[in-house]
Design a protein around this ligand. Structure first.
Ligand SMILES: [Zn+2]
Ligand SMILES: [Zn+2]
Length: 218
């Protein structure tokens, strides 16, 4: 995947739009905090639009899916919840809008699972082998799917754009320099702003409209 570097402005000179908290976002008060020891962390890598096609599935093969285009963003999450759910040190989630995720085989079971916000996350699991292939969170609804990168046939083709919740990162893991690091979550109103990335901004607008239609305040 070809990556290019886009300047990520941390100053708040431009007015922020009144967009809702997105996806699993614990709180917008989780201030944007960059690893200032690494000057390159003032940049964020964003994939250029492409016709990337990737497929994946569960262990037993009952669930197969295809994702098209570059992910909106790829999170490497070091939170305790992801560690527990994966039984590992972190989880890599590639975020795709719903229309970019095509089920090729059976439909997954959607299992409501507790989440830190208290609103829960829906985890899509194979009805046979119970492997989780994607999930979504209450704030983003079903509009954005967090594809579990480990279920891709070629997971090595996806690289994290950001490391989040590094406050609970295991100490033996050294993060690569040049990738933004956030001790908690990042502020989506900055990272997903129109000036930062048009595709993400379009999804934010879609989420806001859906929440408004549902009578959910931003
Ligand atoms: Zn299966
Ligand atoms: Zn997490």
């Amino acid at each position: 995947m070809v990556l290019h570097v886009v300047q990520f402005h941390t100053s708040a000179k431009q007015p922020l739009l009144p967009l809702p908290p997105l996806l699993r976002f614990v709180s917008l008060t989780a201030a944007l905090r960059l690893d200032l020891e690494s000057p390159s962390n003032h940049h964020i890598n964003m994939a250029t639009p492409s016709e990337l096609i990737l497929e994946g599935g569960c262990d037993c093969g009952h669930i197969r899916y295809r994702v098209s285009g570059d992910p909106l963003i790829v999170h490497c999450c070091h939170c305790k919840w992801c560690q527990r759910e994966a039984g590992s040190a972190f989880v890599i989630n590639a975020l795709f809008s719903r229309d970019r995720v095509l089920h090729l085989g059976a439909e997954p079971n959607i299992v409501l699972t507790p989440s830190p916000s208290g609103k829960g996350q829906n985890i899509a699991r194979c009805p046979k082998c119970q492997i989780a292939v994607w999930s979504n969170y209450a704030d983003g609804g079903d509009l954005v799917r967090f594809i579990r990168v480990g279920t891709l046939d070629e997971p090595h083709r996806i690289t994290p754009d950001v490391h989040i919740f590094t406050d609970s990162k295991v100490p033996w893991l050294e993060l690569p320099r040049g990738v933004p690091v956030f001790p908690q979550f990042y502020d989506p109103q900055q990272l997903w702003a129109k000036e930062a990335d048009e595709r993400r901004y379009a999804v934010l607008l879609e989420i806001r409209e859906a929440r408004t239609a549902q009578g959910v305040s931003a």
